[in-house]
Design a protein around this ligand. Structure first.
Ligand code: ATP
Length: 307
């Protein structure tokens, strides 16, 4: 049996007349890495703020780690960790001062604080002096210390809002190794990201657009439901005019035909029809079948929603 740690039913959040989150429902299971994807302003942070008991929703029911998030904001806080997009640590304070401050907010005993800090420093492989100012930490290390801060009170579930924004690819990769270890140890990780390589590492992904969840599945499930036909990559053999691109795009033959760097990604509607004309296209394009990426999924889903 699956063990849901987050249950959201019909969640709606309005700011005056503006609906930031529009009647969304989903569950997240224990130990899952659950990704929240969407363009800026889609409503991801607002949803997380409700799940952390920081914002009262306008409607719907939300339960986190068995606690009702709507009435029991206070009861939720010990069960969740939150690494916010903008701010988790004070830059002008040392690592030690930051963690001591957070431990006091979380009302940890001294013994628990020291044990947790030691375990978490091992976990993130932190080997700098405790007196280091946070502003002097390299970006990747700062993010790891932020993660440690979010985990200091040993929550069941941790919400990471764009935890790797602006850090190097190497630091992103080592941060994600930590996320996988957390999940392997039974913690639930709820993460927002704009990086598709990170999204690939989630167990399931919810795609959000204008306050609604437009798709929710495993990375593989999203790819197969978005692209029922093989995805083809077209590489022009020579220069290609915009008029030619527009003409191809208008063809009924293609479900879509979209630029992807200097190439194009496309799906045909009907395999038999395609085989009849394929050789004509091969005069001007090198064509090969590719495995779609989550970026393809994201672009395609957004396009479908726009029309
Ligand atoms: P990003 O990737 O930029 O963080 P997001 O998907 O997290 O985007 P939210 O921060 O949840 O999006 O914002 C959703 C929408 O709600 C945005 O249009 C935002 O301007 C609006 N919004 C968020 N908080 C408030 C607020 N307190 N008052 C009014 N509008 C708000």
């Amino acid at each position: 049996m699956r063990d849901a740690v987050v249950e959201v039913n019909g969640l709606t959040v309005k700011f005056d007349d503006f609906t930031a989150v529009d009647n969304i429902s989903f569950t997240v299971n224990r130990g899952e890495i659950f990704g929240f994807l969407g363009a800026n302003g889609a409503g991801k942070t607002t949803t997380i703020r409700v799940l952390c008991g920081l914002l009262q929703p306008t409607g719907g029911s939300v339960s986190v780690a068995g606690v009702d998030a709507v009435d029991g904001g206070r009861a939720i806080k010990p069960r969740v960790g939150y690494m916010s997009q903008k701010f988790t640590l004070y830059n002008d304070m040392t690592v030690e001062e930051n963690l001591t401050f957070i431990a006091s907010l979380r009302r940890l005993t001294k013994a628990d604080y020291f044990k947790q800090r030691r375990d978490l420093f091992d976990f993130i492989a932190f080997d700098r002096p405790l007196k280091t100012l946070v502003r002097d930490l390299p970006g990747g290390t700062k993010q790891k210390v932020s993660l440690a801060a979010a985990l200091l009170h040993n929550p069941d579930i941790v919400f990471l809002d764009e935890p790797t924004a602006g850090v190097s690819p190497e630091a992103r990769s080592s941060f994600w190794a930590l996320i996988r270890r957390l999940s392997g140890g039974g913690k639930t990780v709820f993460v927002t990201t704009h990086y598709m390589d990170e999204a690939e590492q989630c167990n399931r992904i919810a795609l959000m657009r204008e306050g609604r969840i437009i798709a929710l599945d495993t990375p593989g499930g999203l790819k197969s439901s978005t692209f029922p036909m093989p995805v083809l990559e077209f590489e022009p053999k020579g220069a290609m005019s915009f008029a030619r691109f527009a003409a191809i795009k208008r063809q009924e033959l293609f479900l879509f035909f979209e630029p992807y760097g200097i190439r194009f990604h496309a799906c045909v509607r009907n395999g038999e029809e395609w085989e009849k004309v394929r050789s004509t296209y091969e005069e001007t394009f090198s064509i090969r079948e590719i495995t779609p990426t989550l970026e393809d999924v994201f672009i395609r889903r957004e396009e479908v929603e726009r029309v």
